[in-house]
Design a binder for this molecule. Structure first.
Ligand SMILES: [Zn+2]
Length: 288
């Protein structure tokens, strides 16, 4: 990714809670228990997932983003495109700015959504969340929650192809859920959360498509560089239900799908990217 040197960043779109402790103690109520299927599936399933899973029994991944160091003030540190080039945290802020700038232009009455960076755990409108949950969107408070250590863990432990644009894809996918929330689409998921044609899968694929639409606008604005799209496609591949199931269970069970296959996720991201038009992201009618 390549941010324009003179561009101004808007850190007010991000709330940095890293290094602060949450007082909450309740597990997230959404979703089901993860059981003993292990950390890898939990991480991969919850990456890009809209549903939290109570993972309190599992090993925490916290502390990577914080790294034991004092966090600087993002309002001081992240002011310009240069800062986004030199700091991973500022780059994420620039990415959030870019995603929201696109949707402000594309959707009448767009309401901005704050992204919260946290480490360890935090309280959310959707309940208490630990870093294990992975990035998610909470419709109750319209915030995107990201434990920044998650990106590093994903890369270090699972050899998923990381990189700035893989992270951008994750953020853009979560903002895709925010768009669905604004448009009243998220409500369709309740009661149809599993299966290859389920509303859950359709909504996840639409969020991937919306991420692709934003990527197209970023490309038009020279924020993308060659290879960036490959990082997003690799990330989409890594979080396909079929790939995760094959790795964890040794077989594919379509009836348990919640996010769609690797091929579907890549295809819908590309549909958004090639057309650059959110109207092309109708995953709710017809085949997916
Ligand atoms: Zn999702």
């Amino acid at each position: 990714m390549d941010f324009q040197k003179g561009a101004k960043l808007d850190p007010s779109q991000v709330e940095d809670r890293r290094g602060t402790r949450s007082l909450g103690g309740r597990g997230m109520a959404v979703g089901g228990g993860a059981g003993a299927i292990g950390l890898i599936v939990v991480l991969l399933i919850t990456l890009l997932g809209g549903q939290g899973i109570d993972l309190s029994a599992l090993q925490s991944l916290d502390g990577v983003a914080a790294g034991g160091q004092q966090q600087g003030d993002i309002h001081e540190e992240c002011r310009s495109g240069e800062d986004a080039e030199s700091s991973a945290t500022c780059r994420l802020i620039g990415t959030v700015n870019s995603i929201q700038a696109y949707w402000e232009r594309a959707v009448d009455g767009y309401q901005p959504a704050v992204t919260v960076f946290f480490s360890d755990s935090t309280d959310t409108g959707c309940g208490f969340a630990t870093a294990d949950v992975g990035p998610f969107y909470c419709p109750a408070d319209d915030h995107v929650y990201v434990d920044l250590g998650f990106f590093q863990e994903l890369q270090a432990r699972f050899h998923a192809e990381g990189g700035p644009f893989a992270e951008a894809y994750v953020l853009a996918h979560e903002y895709g859920h925010h768009i669905q929330d604004l448009l009243g689409i998220l409500d369709r998921v309740a009661g149809d959360r599993q299966g290859p044609e389920s509303a859950a899968v359709r909504s996840e694929l639409q969020a991937d498509c919306f991420a692709g639409v934003w990527a197209a606008s970023a490309y038009a604005r020279d924020v993308l560089e060659p290879g960036d799209i490959d990082e997003a496609l690799a990330a989409a591949e890594a979080v396909g239900d079929d790939r995760i199931q094959r790795e964890v269970q040794g077989q594919v069970n379509r009836e348990a799908w919640t996010h769609g296959s690797s091929a579907q996720r890549q295809r819908w991201f590309q549909t958004g990217y090639r057309g650059g038009d959110p109207n092309a992201c109708d995953t709710f009618s017809g085949g997916i």
